[in-house]
Design a binder for this molecule. Sequence first.
Ligand SMILES: [Zn+2]
Length: 490
Amino acid sequence: MRYPPRSSPHSLSAIAVVAVLAAAVALAAATAFAPAAAARQADVGGPAIQTDPGAFGATASISAWADEADALIEAALADSAAWERLAYLTDTFGPRFSGSKNLERAIDWILEEMKADGLENVRAEPVMVPRWVRGREELMLLEPHERRLDILGLGGSIGTGPGGLVGDVLVVGSFDELAERADEARGKIVLWNVPFTSYGSTVVYRSQGAIRAAEAGAVASLVRSVTPSSMYTPHTGNSAYDENVPRIPHAAITMEDAMMMQRMQDRGQTIRIRLQMEDYWLPDAESANVVGELVGTEFPDEVVVLGGHIDSWDVGTGAMDDAGGCVAAWEALRLMKDLGLRPRRTVRVVMWTNEENGMRGGNAYRDAHRDELHNHILAMESDAGVFKPQGFGFTGSDAAFDIISQIGKLLDPIESGTIRRGGGGADIGPIMDEGVPGMGLNVDGTRYFWYHHTKADYVDKLDPHHVGLSVATMAVMAFVVADLPQRLPR
Ligand SMILES: [Zn+2]
């Protein structure tokens, strides 16, 4: 194992923390935090933080929550429970593609575990999801030498028909280059050999490649995997068709093979391949968003939502994308419960379904909760892997940004309190569009796209300590926002 789980040297002190906290909470309740606030200033680290009186109520200082924050951080780092839970989930149920039995078995298990944890209002909210099935896929290089190359069909691709198709490859490096060479593309297989710059700017060749190649008369489309690094690993992902353009098969090849074909073309060599894909669609299937809560003491109808997406691609085990985000949010809520920290508002964990190839879960959540979106105080998503957390990207008003930045100070001890402008997540996008402030967990992204949507997305790529830090970061932010005397302003 690359990252052995840490032992738990803090198990005794965790019990002590609970006792201290119980006393602290009792004191706080008796004093409405005010006198305690000054005494706690020293705990926060760095300069004392003052802000607009009112934002934090009578305390006028975020340091009033320093004890709760420290307790959540200590509990999250005391053992490797979150990593173990993530390992169990991904090892036991495997990849959780929309429409698969694996996904529904994982959801059923999570519901049972959440109830066993003592979380409240645990439920499955039904969602119908699309069902694309990867059949047998094979790419044979025929010239200049004969060899089978690894591929992964891109989500939603049509198949080639049983006989497959044979054609010559035209390698291009951009949409512009294909436009210039459009007369060469007819009847060929276009390969988009686009080096990774950022995910956003490179992924358009995966999502739009089949449309643009078909517009130029190509019979199939291949894309260099969207990744900065490769050990001969193809990366899948979703792709689109346009109803006004013929549908052609669309698959990812490895970085290595894309660069090889580029070299072959540059030498003037003919590149001939046979592509066979037996991918197909089935009718929509039943799935669900998973929900669990800790109901608020003072404003139970006001909700702070945090979560990730429980579905994954059909390859690997979706540990980074996005079981890690789901488990981090889940563990954040469990720690609040176990420590007896119940905030003024409700904290709700949501694990959305079908993010990867349909976004049905995020849209269904918005529709099911439309009447209470005005009481959604904040939505938080982790969907970039639970690597070492750095902070959050926040989308909301200036007034809210200031408060979120102050809360970030509570995370300075674990270096995860940097709040940047802009951020959110695919699953919370639909409710952010309705005005709910949103934030995404920012992590060290160095390695995420090495494994993203590949057979290598396993839990061994994640460090138990980093997973714990991600739990702590989400827990502190969610708890304090939920416990502010006044709602986070919009
Ligand atoms: Zn994801």
